[in-house]
Design a protein around this ligand. Structure first.
Ligand code: ARG
Length: 472
């Protein structure tokens, strides 16, 4: 339960709450319980202090407050930062949120001058700038962590650019690829994910501070100054939009959801590849856990948890979308519900990205098993059909039919395509020659796919080189 406002001693000159002037009774306990946000928005403390500093300096520069008042305020804010950093700052429910907690403490530290900080400002533009700064940091971190994950994938891809494995469609053996090629598919996906975060950042990088409650300010404020001080490209251009929009967070959560979707696919492949039935890769003890009953187990829990996190992250996008839907302009308290899902989503995403990068670096492929599997399931059947087209000038449809008969014969004999004798091939198509065997190995199959972006090791290495340069 939250503190009852009247039980806590008040600083001098303080009403029941910051906005207590027009109220004669203290808020009901339940009102406070539903209203209070300090429990979660304390995470915005660094952004709140940065916003307050930029605002105070601008007010001084513009002569809205005196320099001595401004210096006192800045000194008090520095003390608060120190208190928070050392864990002595009193976060109090009675002051609702981070903004009023900071201001109340400032008043305790420097007295009535603290009240001048809120000139030409409202909590509406204050929370808008704090939250934007937080989300901006979060997307920067996500992009950086994606790049670290890409580098881990690139290192494995480079080592295993030639290692054969089955390529699948419908999770059925389709055509041989290389392990490096498969990993590079994720490098592409995560590269787009990082660029989505960068795009979102560019769009969100406008400063809402100075919109005040909703209509702007009658004071001679300089919004360009505060925008620049906080690293924004420019101030937002409409005061109503400034305090009522959270699409920057929605966009960040969308990018996070798509990233989490990609992570879940790689996680699922790791789960599959580590089962003894696949036996494609091994994780060390660092990224596996044991079973309390079955001594032989080595479970890929980290991969499973990453696979699951998309639920939480996409759930956060849904939550915030529904919170924002149908809200009239401008600020409504509904928007206080923006923070928890956003914090939760990025906490989950960051942990997933770090764990995935760790797991990718940790894994060792069993290249022998992979290569064996690469040849199974008549995976070079397409190569036989292509040979018939190229060498015998057969229309592809006919070549497809002839190859189907060869597969049927091999299947009936319980052998691979390459194990059929020339006589057996010629019984199906008399023009087939000894040369055909050269295209029936998985290695030849992969090496032949030299089209741009194809699985030929030379192509894979070219893409690895391109990405290494991009990620420099
Ligand atoms: N704690 C509030 C939030 O997170 C801050 C803004 C409150 N503004 C107001 N007019 N009550 O949205």
């Amino acid at each position: 339960m939250t503190d009852n406002a009247s039980d806590t001693p008040k600083p001098k000159g303080q009403g029941q709450a910051m906005w207590g002037g027009r109220f004669s009774a203290k808020p009901a306990e339940l009102m406070q319980a539903i209203n209070v946000s300090i429990g979660f928005d304390k995470r915005l403390w660094a952004q709140d202090l940065a916003g307050s500093r930029a605002h105070a300096r601008m007010l001084m520069n513009q002569g809205v407050i005196s320099s001595s008042d401004g210096e006192e305020i800045l000194g008090g804010l520095a003390k608060i930062e120190d208190e928070i950093a050392t864990g002595t700052f009193p976060f109090r429910d009675e002051y609702e949120d981070i903004h009023m907690n900071v201001e109340a403490r400032l008043r305790e530290l420097i007295g009535a001058t603290a009240g001048r900080l809120h000139t030409a400002r409202s909590r509406n533009d204050q929370v808008a700038v704090d939250f934007r700064l937080w989300v901006r940091d979060a997307v920067d971190r996500s992009a950086a962590q994606l790049e670290a994950l890409q580098k881990a994938l690139l290192a494995q891809a480079e080592t295993h650019a030639d290692a054969l494995m089955p390529g699948f469609t419908h999770l059925q053996p389709a055509q041989p690829v290389t392990f490096g090629h498969h990993l590079m598919a994720y490098v592409e996906m995560f590269g787009r994910d990082a660029s989505r975060f960068r795009d979102a950042r560019a769009r969100m990088n406008e400063c809402p501070l100075g919109a005040a409650a909703l209509a702007g300010s009658p004071f001679p404020i300089d919004r360009h100054q505060t925008a620049a001080a906080l690293g924004f490209d420019r101030p937002t251009a409409n005061s109503l939009d400034s305090v009522s929009s959270r699409d920057f967070a929605l966009e960040a959560l969308s990018a996070a959801s798509i990233t989490a979707t990609h992570l879940s696919r790689l996680a699922e492949e790791i789960v599959l590849w580590t089962t003894p039935m696949f036996g494609f890769i091994k994780l060390t003890d660092a990224f596996t856990t044991g079973s309390s009953i079955m001594p032989q187990k080595k479970n890929p829990d980290a991969a499973e948890l990453i696979r699951a996190k998309v639920g939480r992250i996409l759930g956060s996008l849904t939550t915030l979308t529904v919170v924002m839907k149908g809200l009239p302009l401008a600020y409504s308290k509904d928007m206080q519900e923006d923070k928890v899902p956003t914090f939760e989503a990025f906490d989950a995403l960051e942990l997933s990205l770090l764990a995935m990068a760790g797991m990718v670096a940790d894994l060792t492929p069993n290249t022998e098993n992979m290569a064996k599997a690469a040849g199974a399931g008549f995976s070079t059947a397409t190569d036989l059909a292509d040979w018939l087209v190229r060498t015998l000038n057969m229309p592809f449809r006919d070549a497809h039919h002839v190859t189907g008969s060869a597969v049927k014969t091999a299947e009936g004999l319980g052998v691979d395509l390459a194990d059929l004798t020339l006589e057996q091939f010629q019984a199906i198509e008399p023009q087939i020659t000894q040369d055909v065997y050269a295209v029936l190995t998985p290695a030849a199959s992969a090496a032949s796919r030299m089209s741009y972006g194809g699985t030929a090791p030379a192509q894979v290495r070219a893409q690895i080189a391109r990405w290494k340069e991009l990620l420099e």
